[in-house]
Design a protein around this ligand. Structure first.
Ligand code: ATP
Ligand code: LTN
Length: 331
């Protein structure tokens, strides 16, 4: 069986540097080694309230972003989750395998539900089961994600192992691929929190579609640590975070970067980082603009067909293994 990777991002809010450096960037590299599936997970998005018009726009925008970062539709499958009904169907099946107690332990559910107050939906609780379905439908081997998704991957593995034990070998048990550098890019305004689009402070988060002024302003305002040295040091999380972003965008080794900033001040680091980011995002944004509706429709149409075919096969096997039969089966 082909070695496969599967990953996805939600078409909510704006894609930021954390999403890019922690996940999307690695998808681009891995697509050359694995048969790759990259999904726009719009069914996950509605686990918290969304404006319908905006959700539709953001779904298309995210597909453009996948293409513009360098995912090649000739070798990878890009598709929208709701185009493949098997994702929702397998979720129902896995709901009957997952235990309430294990879903209650999900830290992302606890964090997100705290923000929702009284209006926590059953969908938000079930979010990790839908994610497991995404992954297991494609017999995925590796799932490239940021650090925050580790627990969801553990649950996915547990569900696959339990299903295989109860109904016979069905799913490949996937592994998380979490990068050594960049798995958790921190907020520029609070280096104790991860960079997040749902952050209350917009200055903490550089968006891929930000204009040069916004990028420079955000880096200029970035929180720093006490002291003056500019080097990678876990006890100085704010500077290390800025250096990590610099490292990932320039591709330079750590010792070269430390030598470059030796004797320089924080203002220079912020300026250099802003320059590197502005240039990187300028080229990226040009590519986004160059992707027309026709190219997008073609990519998503091809992606839907390829994904449906594989997902359909897996789901049919799952039904058969569980004894779920309907009108078309002879006695
Ligand atoms: P946010 O927290 O910003 O709302 P999310 O996790 O809901 O982000 P998605 O768009 O679904 O957003 O995530 C896409 C990918 O980005 C996931 O693999 C996730 O692990 C990764 N990611 C999100 N935030 C960061 C971060 N600060 N550093 C590294 N990777 C991240
Ligand atoms: N929960 C993920 C998005 C996601 C995903 C997936 C990632 C949904 N389904 C399957 C990898 C594989 C997040 O990053 N917020």
């Amino acid at each position: 069986m082909a070695k496969r990777i599967f990953s996805g991002a939600q078409p909510t809010g704006n894609v930021h540097l954390g999403n890019y450096l922690g996940a999307l960037r690695n998808w681009v590299t891995l697509q050359h080694e694995y048969e790759s599936f990259f999904c726009i997970v719009n069914l996950h998005a509605i686990t918290i309230p969304q404006d319908p018009k905006l959700l539709a726009e953001k779904t298309r925008e995210l597909a453009r972003i996948y293409l513009a970062v360098g995912i090649d539709p000739e070798i990878s499958t890009i598709f929208v989750q709701s185009d493949v009904p098997q994702h929702a169907e397998l979720t129902w099946i896995l709901n009957c395998v997952a235990r309430i107690s294990e879903l209650e332990r999900m830290t992302q559910f606890k964090d997100k539900s705290r923000k929702q107050g009284e209006n926590v939906t059953a969908g938000l609780f079930d979010y990790p089961v839908l994610m497991a379905s995404d992954i297991l439908l494609y017999q995925t081997e590796l799932v490239p994600v940021g650090e925050d998704q580790k627990q969801h991957l553990e649950l996915t593995r547990d569900l696959a192992i339990r299903f295989n034990r109860d109904y016979g070998e069905m799913f490949r048990v996937p592994e998380a691929y979490i990068p050594k550098v960049g798995a958790r890019i921190m907020s520029l305004s609070d280096p104790k929190k991860k960079m997040s689009k749902s952050d209350d402070d917009p200055n903490g988060c550089v968006m891929l579609l930000d204009d040069p002024d916004a990028i420079s302003r955000k880096f200029k305002r970035a929180v720093t640590d006490s002291g003056t040295d500019i080097r990678f040091d876990d006890s100085r999380p704010a500077i290390t975070n800025l250096l990590t972003i610099y490292q990932l965008l320039t591709g330079q080794p750590t010792d070269e970067i430390e030598a470059h900033f030796n004797g320089k001040g924080y203002a220079q680091l912020k300026q250099d980082l802003a320059d590197v980011t502005v240039e990187f995002l300028r080229l990226f944004q040009e590519r986004v603009k160059g992707i027309g509706a026709e190219q997008l429709n073609r990519t998503l149409g091809q992606g839907r067909e390829k994904a449906r075919q594989i997902a359909g096969t897996t789901l049919a096997n799952v039904y058969a293994a569980m004894g779920i039969v309907g009108a078309c089966v002879s006695d």
